[in-house]
Design a protein around this ligand. Sequence first.
Ligand SMILES: [Zn+2]
Length: 302
Amino acid sequence: MLLKERTEPHDLVVLRYLNNRMELSAKDQFQLSTLEKGYAGEVMFDQKTEHLSEERYIIDDLLLQVNNSFFQLDKVIIARDAIHLIDVKNFVGDFYLDGDKLYAVKNGREYKNPITQLTRSATLFRQLLQNLKLNHIVHATTIFINPEFTLYQAPMDQPIILPTQTNRYIKELQNTPSKLEHSHQILAQKLLSLHQVKNPFSNLPDYDYEQLEKGIYCKNCYSFNTYVQKFDLVCGKCGTHEKIGDAVLRTTEEFKLLFPEYRITSANIYKWANSTFSNKTISRVLQKNFAAIGKNRHTYYE
Ligand SMILES: [Zn+2]
């Protein structure tokens, strides 16, 4: 049973928006592509585990704080035999382990060893169980999900699941009988209540309203070359049509996420969309989708 679903990481969505409206540095471009790949890998693994039987609790994307240390768990599966902490890595290419260091074969670049990270998370998780006076066996595993990943010199005693082993790993999980008890439910509820919403690992570039390109870009090709035609926003580059209501809503959500400190008003969205839509159209869409606060010129939306 899925208790908490995965959503697109906040930093990923913000970087996507910024990428459309400003020039990202090479470092931020790299961060964006790392987040895209990581998220895609997690979703790939979610699809493989979505048919696990009901007698397991699944919590995706859990961020916990134990003894002042934060740690993130891609997936927690609470089963009768054990609590499975799963870290998913979407690395592509040939890698090798040398001692506890991980390198890419192609360019010798060193990567953070996911096993070190996983071991730390598992230790903190066990401490948490101890603090809660709960007694469960914990299994921590790093799953390399991408079929194009190869790990040379992979030690057999490490908690690693390689792409060729993923399906067997899930089958084994599925074939282990699991009847949950009250204590599992307590643990699941406790974990959900301890989930941290604000991510301390967030690492976004500085940006301000003035420096971002205004307008509304095509949802398909991200071109700002768009115009209104009857009830649609039309892309002058790729020809994609989008209902005006959807386009206004999309650009408002973007504005809201990038500038949580600004009020959503039709004047602000009008400016943000670089007068692509009339004030009347914007007001109509905002009224339909948000709660209006205040009157006339002073109306804002939440
Ligand atoms: Zn387009």
